[in-house]
Design a protein around this ligand. Structure first.
Ligand SMILES: NC(=O)c1ccc[n+]([C@@H]2O[C@H](COP(=O)([O-])OP(=O)(O)OC[C@H]3O[C@@H](n4cnc5c(N)ncnc54)[C@H](OP(=O)(O)O)[C@@H]3O)[C@@H](O)[C@H]2O)c1
Length: 361
């Protein structure tokens, strides 16, 4: 039977010591052996915090660490920090995959000092992103083209948690005037801006021109966001560390922007009706998203504002397919095999979290 009455008490012949950098080890004087694990509990420990005021760590003539208490003029081989050791719990780094939900990535995070702006935050991936960030305390603004739908989305989140700070604001990316007005209204709130998620998009809609005379898919998916970031760039810089997350799509691979001579043809971006194909317009706009994000990152990252582009997953059943029955049919067929929205937006949140982790928030 053990002759000790405490779990942590060392058996006879053992002594607790610590290394220079504060790791506790155990010396067995009978066997003349040392080990990191406590001989009874098997736990590893390390010293918490600094040496007490007035103490210094020195090395004696035999190279052994010795602790000097300058105030009381004492020397000891016992590390005074050992009175306050903590267990060395091995925290395994978390692994995320395509099935991880954003709420899992955010688990335990306090985002109450973060302001997030999400375009198209009232539906699909944007809504799920807004929801999970708001449920972790972030102040989330949904930039929506339809304020009724935006307010409804905000109340859905508040119904889940009454303290969630979510609000909808009017921003129609199909109108450069609306984007400018939105940016002014947002700035008037005197809030910082830590995360801007350029998420809104349309896909497979018939050809139409916006009030600015630009093809709609291109303007909504890319040009409107391009202007929005320009309008808010100063605020992002002031709020650094800050981040732009651009939601693009893998479908950008199925196009390019070159003419028959291999040179970039800007006319392809806003084509006339006769050469318009909705999927191609979407793919080109998504390619622009990527080029834009990369260049933005190159220019702004020295100022503490990073930009990343994300592909959330393929054919997730959101409302993106609604403009064309064939798309709706394909999305319905693919539904059992594709990611849920909850997993899709985790890609966006993952990128946002990378920023928060980088800066130790
Ligand atoms: N779903 C997928 O499989 C998939 C795959 C790859 C990439 N993505 C990307 O993921 C992002 C989110 O799409 P989603 O699947 O979540 O689609 P969604 O449910 O249709 O959401 C799109 C959002 O954009 C908004 N929007 C459309 N036109 C706008 C405008 N003129 N001004 C402001 N907002 C506007 C929509 O608002 P309303 O509700 O008012 O229409 C909606 O909130 C998009 O960038 C899309 O390209 C999706």
């Amino acid at each position: 039977m053990d002759d000790t009455d405490s779990e942590d008490e060392l058996p006879p012949g053992w002594e607790e010591r610590s290394t220079k950098d504060g790791w506790v080890y155990y010396a067995n004087h009978d066997d003349m052996k040392t080990q990191w694990e406590h001989p009874k509990t098997g736990k590893k420990k390390r010293c918490a915090g600094d040496l007490p005021y007035g103490w210094e760590q020195e090395t004696d003539e035999k190279g052994q660490v010795i602790y000097v208490d300058h105030i009381n003029k004492r020397r000891t081989y016992f590390d005074p920090r050992q009175a306050f050791t903590v267990e060395d719990v091995v925290v395994k780094p978390k692994r995320y995959d395509g099935n991880t939900a954003a709420l899992e990535i955010l688990q335990g995070r306090d985002l109450s000092d973060r302001v997030v702006l999400i375009t198209g935050g009232n539906s699909g991936i944007g809504f799920e992103t807004a929801r999970s960030l708001a449920l972790h305390g972030a102040h989330v603004i949904l930039a929506c083209r339809n304020l009724t739908r935006g307010n409804k989305a905000a109340s859905l989140i508040q119904d889940e948690w009454h303290k969630a700070r979510v609000e909808a604001m009017m921003c129609d990316l199909a109108s450069l005037r609306s984007v400018r007005e939105f940016a002014e209204a947002f700035k008037a709130k005197k809030l910082p801006l830590h995360i801007l998620v350029c998420n809104a998009a349309v896909c497979s809609q018939p050809w139409s021109l916006t009030e600015d005379g630009v093809e709609s898919t291109f303007q909504i998916c890319h040009l409107g966001h391009f202007l929005l970031v320009q309008c808010l760039e100063d605020l992002l810089r002031l709020s650094a560390p800050a981040r732009v997350v651009v939601v693009s799509s893998e479908s950008h691979r199925f196009t390019d922007l070159n003419d028959s001579c291999g040179k970039v043809d800007l006319a392809l971006l806003s084509p006339p009706q006769k050469s318009y194909w909705s999927m191609l317009a979407y793919n080109r706009a998504k390619l622009c998203n990527i080029l834009f994000s990369n260049e933005l990152h190159r220019r702004l990252s020295p100022h503490g504002v990073t930009s990343n582009v994300v592909h959330p997953g393929n054919m997730m059943y959101t409302a993106i397919h609604r403009s064309w029955w064939l798309m709706t049919f394909l999305f319905t067929l693919a539904r059992p095999f594709t990611k849920s929205m909850v997993s899709g937006h985790s890609a966006c949140v993952g990128l946002e979290m990378e920023l928060l982790c980088c800066y130790g928030c």
